[in-house]
Design a protein around this ligand. Structure first.
Ligand code: NAP
Length: 308
């Protein structure tokens, strides 16, 4: 087997999207050309330890509040130069500053391709001009604009390119715990309004393709969606797969979460109802025919409800 020729740094590597990218990249034809540097705040954690055992993966401990320190460690370990950077962040007040700092560090260290995991804000055309009033969507809008401007202004000899991925709501929010039941109830409270959804497995597939096939994915933004359905429609598929109804948190709990977290969860669900995502399921499936719809996702993930 040939040695990897390109190093990519993956933030959020122990999380859903970053983890899915690493799985998809390592499994893909051409994946062996990449060495993955997986970023985590705790290299002693079980997920980081599991990553460290995988071929062509090394783990670096770092905080994306300080991307320079992450790049300095990579240079000192001899794993550089860094060719690609995958950016995914958790929602926080620091999100925009972290995103800008990651883009700045990419520029300073000659990174050639940045894949940024953002969020859809009404489809390909609308998202480009619509920060929305949902705080974490707006942070992503501003990071996208910064990335596009920095890439456009980068020197010809070391041109930086980018791919912006704009996933809709994750199927993976549906977990067999209090969070998953709360999510399911808030979805149910949307009534007849359909919600666009996608699996994080498929987000990882697109992120891997963005590194593997720059001729297709350079300087584009893609809304990622695998299905569009009401909670009642999803409940039918859930019953068929699991043999029981989708568990829902009590109504007052879900309403209280939306009320008390109105700057985040509340605004987001209001936005789902008033505006909503605008991804194109058929287009995503054209690019990735194995894209999961809810039925195939629940069939592959029903195990966690097996003990109900
Ligand atoms: N859920 C949805 O429906 C949905 C839909 C569209 C977009 N999104 C967006 O998806 C993003 C979250 O992605 P995800 O679900 O893949 O995340 P996740 O599973 O929660 O994982 C995030 C990872 O980031 C790492 N991390 C957190 N803070 C860090 C820091 N300061 N420095 C370094 N690493 C840090 C953590 O790793 P360690 O603990 O190992 O450090 C964690 O494993 C959010 O921005 C959200 O807005 C979510």
């Amino acid at each position: 087997m040939s040695s990897p020729t390109k190093t990519i740094v993956v933030t959020g590597a122990t999380g859903k999207q970053g983890g899915a990218l690493i799985d998809a990249l390592l499994a893909a034809p051409g994946g062996a050309n990449f060495h993955v540097v997986a970023v985590t705040r705790s290299s002693a954690g079980p997920r980081a330890q599991a990553l460290a055992t995988r071929p062509n993966v090394s783990v670096v401990a770092g905080d994306i509040d300080d991307p320079e320190a992450i790049f300095a460690q990579i240079a000192a370990s001899g794993k550089g130069p860094v060719w690609g950077l995958y950016i995914v962040q958790v929602n926080s007040d620091a999100e925009e500053a972290q995103g800008r700092a990651l883009v700045d560090a990419a520029t300073a260290h000659g990174v050639r391709h940045v894949v940024y995991s953002s969020s859809d804000r009404g489809g390909p055309v609308k998202s480009a001009g619509n920060p929305t009033r949902v705080k974490n969507f707006a942070a992503k809008f501003h990071i996208e604009k910064y990335l596009e401007a920095v890439a456009a202004g980068s020197a010809e000899a070391t041109k930086m390119t980018y791919t912006i991925l704009r996933p809709v709501t994750f199927f993976d929010n549906l977990t067999n715990d209090v969070h998953g039941r709360g999510f399911a109830r808030m979805w149910e409270q949307m009534g007849d309004r359909k919600l666009q959804m996608v699996s994080t497995r498929d987000i990882g597939w697109f992120a891997a393709q963005a590194f593997l096939r720059p001729e297709v994915y350079t300087n584009v933004a893609l809304s990622l969606v695998g299905d569009e359905l009401t909670q009642a429609e999803a409940d039918l598929a859930f019953r068929q797969a699991v043999g029981a109804p989708m568990p829902l948190a009590p109504c007052p709990v879900a309403s209280a979460v939306k009320f008390f977290l109105k700057g985040t969860v509340g605004d987001m669900f209001r936005w789902f109802e008033e505006e909503g995502y605008g991804g194109d399921v058929a287009e995503c499936r054209r690019l990735h025919p194995q894209m999961q719809d809810f039925k195939s996702w629940i069939s592959a993930n029903k195990g966690q409800w097996a003990q109900q």
